[in-house]
Ligand binder design. Structure first.
Ligand code: SAH
Length: 349
């Protein structure tokens, strides 16, 4: 039966694939739409929850297909309300997702890969090395499993940021497939403007993202003010240096409501001087840019420290004086190793 050729997980299949699947079981196409609605809009966690479908169809699918969420092996709760989930995937590999509730919204920080190949010198995920890409189903599964675990109701204001483990633009087809389902009002129903991908700056992939019909917002991890400094922190800069990165950013087609976001991890004595701030302003001055300054989140194995808060504020002021909106982002979940750059599968919190 054709259905048995599928991965076995309905999660991650888009509308067209589910319609084809229904047909392969001898059902009408619209049964595929009912599957789609049940899995993503109603968030049924197993086949028995797909109550629109006939019992016969469910029984026919059951030996071949399931709705398989990543398994929450452990979770760690921060004093500030953030929760770090350690998910086990069907092949035994693990990824992390962070839940960050706020008064008027909830943000989920999603992983796009198991581990990461980019070897940024300040990032703990880098210590894991490259393992593999996540599937669209594994990406959507992080959202649905956390929402189920935290009882986030459908209709709640949800922000999704691909700032967890991995480089989303090195897994662009699966990330875009997942975003298509997550941002579909008939699917999971997250507002497209509330989804962001963060990248080190894989230039051909940024150009590809620019053409995607359903594209999330783009954030770029700048982290340095000149090439020598950036190459020392982020080896990818040797392949895609700043001048090329900024050329691609200038050509990037922003929508009317959109800014280009730049993240800048603040490392004491390394990239936090007034001169760095002036150079960043020179780099970004002619872009419709916003900057998020992220004080470095520490961990034992890496040799960096966050600057004193006054230094970060002085850096911010230089950018703001040059009319670049700049915000200081204090990472949440530091006490449970859930903050930016800290995701490295540590088994404690
Ligand atoms: N690979 C993507 C997404 C993951 S990293 C990217 O690099 O953009 C998400 C953000 O966390 C990046 O801006 C990165 O620069 C930042 N980050 C990494 N390690 C950090 C650390 N130890 N402290 C603070 N921010 C960190």
């Amino acid at each position: 039966m054709a259905g048995a050729e599928q991965s076995g997980n309905l999660l991650g299949l888009n509308l067209e694939e589910l319609e084809k699947l229904a047909e392969s079981f001898g059902e009408a196409r619209y049964r595929g739409r009912q599957l789609y609605h049940g899995i993503y809009a109603r968030r049924a966690g197993d086949l028995s929850g797909l109550t629109d479908l006939s019992g016969d169809f469910r029984a026919a699918i059951a030996p071949h297909q399931g709705i398989i969420y990543p398994q929450a092996e452990r979770h760690f709760c921060s004093r500030d309300g953030a929760v770090r989930y350690l998910f086990r995937l069907p092949d035994g590999k693990r990824v992390e997702t962070v839940y960050m509730p706020e008064e008027d919204r909830t943000t989920l920080c999603l992983s796009s890969q198991v581990g990461c190949a980019l070897d940024c010198k300040f990032c703990f995920t880098a210590l894991l090395g490259a393992r593999r890409n996540l599937t669209a189903g594994e990406i959507i599964g992080q959202v649905l499993a956390v929402c189920a675990g935290q009882s986030v109701p459908r209709g709640a204001r949800l922000n999704l940021v691909f700032m967890g483990m991995g480089e989303p633009l090195l897994n662009l087809p699966q990330v875009l497939k997942a975003v298509g389902i997550l941002a579909d009002p008939q699917g999971v129903g997250v507002t497209l403007r509330r989804i962001a991908v963060s990248t080190v700056g894989i230039l051909p992939r940024i150009e590809e993202l620019a053409l995607a019909p359903m594209r999330p917002k783009l954030a770029i991890s700048l982290n340095a003010s000149h090439d020598e400094q950036r190459s020392a922190l982020m080896p990818i800069n040797k392949k895609y240096p700043l001048a090329d990165l900024l050329r691609v950013c200038r050509a990037y087609p922003l929508r009317s409501w959109e800014h280009l976001m730049f993240e800048y991890v603040m490392l004491e004595g390394f990239n936090d001087a007034d001169d760095d701030a002036r150079r960043v302003a020179d780099l970004l001055g002619d872009l419709c840019a916003r900057v998020n300054l992220i004080p470095y989140n520490s961990g034992s194995q890496l040799p960096f420290r966050a600057p004193p808060f006054e230094r970060i504020v002085a850096f911010q002021k230089i950018l703001v004086d040059r009319r670049i909106p700049t915000f200081i982002r204090i990472s949440r979940g530091q006490d449970i190793s859930a903050a930016c750059g800290q995701l490295s599968l540590v088994e404690s919190g």
